[in-house]
Design a protein around this ligand. Structure first.
Ligand code: SAH
Ligand code: SF4
Ligand code: F3S
Length: 434
């Protein structure tokens, strides 16, 4: 049977897609590049905002038509599957099975039941060993960096967020398992890993997250470690020290702020004030100047006033984030923020988002310009040049690099090369091979 997995959402979901792909490959199924060629299509969904959910339903609509023309099995996995469970069958009766985020290993059984003719097959149970997925099964996409789960679930309760519902409470992988997986990856040629969790900072698999970074960094042959995501209240001095001092930890920190107003942060139940957030950034000391910082913002949270939003703009400038992701607040089913009065017109929210993104784009350009003329290590992330003749690469600070190699020159996929930055745009750095 030929299968295709379409994934939306975060790195965790991306990596779950690699695990699901491995499970099907182990059954002798063959992965194909498009839904058109596939006999089984898995929609590995995200439900963080309404827009993400719309994308899933629109793809489901397309597959309904396709299913009228030819035999096709449709499965839904990921966060929307966990959230909606059996309700998905009502909305889209052509779905053959639904698999929750905490029951990944049940996939082959669900497919077999659906193949045997059973309708509306579902498992959205919580298997306590879901996070202990065997790395040997995972079938990785062809990327330079390997994703490694260290913790699943979230114990915070931000009032706008669906993730605690869709991913459950925290479960941590023992550090020995993490180390064994990273060693195996390095043996297979990977030089960079990204440690994943809804909140990696609260890691408790036998040591702290700071200790885990130190231990992983001792794996011989590994060059860079990245991690995502961090909750500011679990960002410790120990972690900051490792981040600044350990040369194998890439000089990049994504620390979601969400809002620059204490009033809004309180209603979001983020558990910190702006001052506390800044205090934690301060843990990085002078090492901060050598790294890139990025963050997330939610704009137009219920009750956000002009003053609240101005406060966000001030913090944006004060920290001068190298990059940020910003979104208009999206009400999610079952979340506590639904009860807050949300009477701000969408036009006002959109105008705020545009203002924030424009300012960020200036800050990112300034951040990029600081690299002009510098010689930096970058990792090659593509197998060949694109139409413009650039090889795509990535710096430790997570800057996208368009690298000119010179005509006919082959660059080693996944390896570090030295490059001199010759151009800074708001979205990428242009560089040439040294
Ligand atoms: N675990 C991560 C968050 C993952 S969600 C963390 O706490 O850092 C990624 C981002 O999506 C969040 O940081 C937030 O900015 C945004 N987000 C989450 N729920 C949202 C909602 N209901 N509306 C708009 N943006 C949201
Ligand atoms: Fe969601 Fe908050 Fe948990 Fe992040 S920390 S996943 S925003 S509840
Ligand atoms: Fe989306 Fe779930 Fe990730 S809601 S952002 S896929 S944890």
């Amino acid at each position: 049977m030929k299968f295709h997995i379409q994934t939306w959402g975060c790195q965790m979901n991306d990596h779950d897609g690699e695990k699901l792909s491995g499970l099907l490959s182990a059954e002798g199924f063959e992965a194909v590049d498009s839904a058109e060629e596939a006999e089984l299509v898995l929609l590995n969904t995200c439900s963080i905002r309404e827009k993400a959910v719309h994308k899933v339903y629109s793809e489901l609509g397309r597959l309904r038509e396709e299913k009228q023309r030819r035999p096709l099995m449709v499965g839904v996995t990921g966060c929307l599957a966990q959230q909606e469970q059996a309700a998905l069958f009502k909305r889209a009766p052509h779905i053959d099975f639904v698999l929750g985020t905490m029951a990944l290993k049940q996939l082959p059984r669900l497919v077999a039941e659906a193949q045997a003719g059973k309708a509306r097959v579902m498992d959205a149970g919580e298997y306590p060993d879901n996070h202990l997925f065997p790395p040997s099964v995972t079938r990785r996409r062809d990327t330079a960096k390997a994703l490694v789960t260290i913790t699943e679930g979230c114990n915070h309760a931000c009032t706008y967020c669906i993730v605690p519902t869709t991913r459950g409470a925290e479960r941590h992988r023992p550090y020995g398992d993490v180390l064994a997986e990273v060693r195996g990856l390095v043996e297979r040629g990977y030089r960079e890993v990204e440690l994943l969790g809804q909140n990696v900072n609260s890691y408790a698999g036998g040591c702290t997250f700071a200790d885990l970074l130190e231990r992983v960094s001792e794996v011989e042959g590994l060059e860079w470690i990245r991690f995502t995501t961090s909750h500011p209240m679990n960002f410790t001095k120990d972690l900051a020290r490792v981040l600044v001092a350990n040369p194998k930890v890439a000089p990049f920190l994504h620390l979601p702020l969400q809002s620059g107003s204490d009033r809004v942060l309180k209603r979001m139940l983020r558990e910190y004030t702006v001052a506390e957030y800044l205090e934690r950034l301060g843990y990085l000391g002078e090492g901060r100047s050598r790294m890139a910082l990025s963050t997330d913002f939610i704009v137009g949270f219920p009750g956000e006033t002009d003053e609240d939003f101005d406060a966000t703009m001030r913090v944006l400038d004060e920290v001068a984030f190298d990059g940020s992701f910003s979104f208009i607040y999206s009400p999610r089913p079952g979340t506590p923020s639904l009860r807050l009065k949300d009477d701000l017109p969408m036009a006002v929210k959109s105008a705020r988002l545009t203002r924030l993104q424009q300012r960020q784009s200036e800050l990112t350009r300034a951040s990029n310009e600081r690299f002009l003329g510098r010689e930096i290590p970058v990792r090659i992330e593509t197998h060949g040049p694109n139409e413009q003749g650039w090889w795509l690469a990535r710096s430790g600070e997570w800057k996208t690099i368009h690298l000119a190699a010179g005509p006919g020159r082959e660059l080693p996929f996944g390896e570090l090369v030295r490059a001199r930055v010759t151009l800074a745009s708001p979205h990428f750095l242009g560089a040439e091979l040294v």
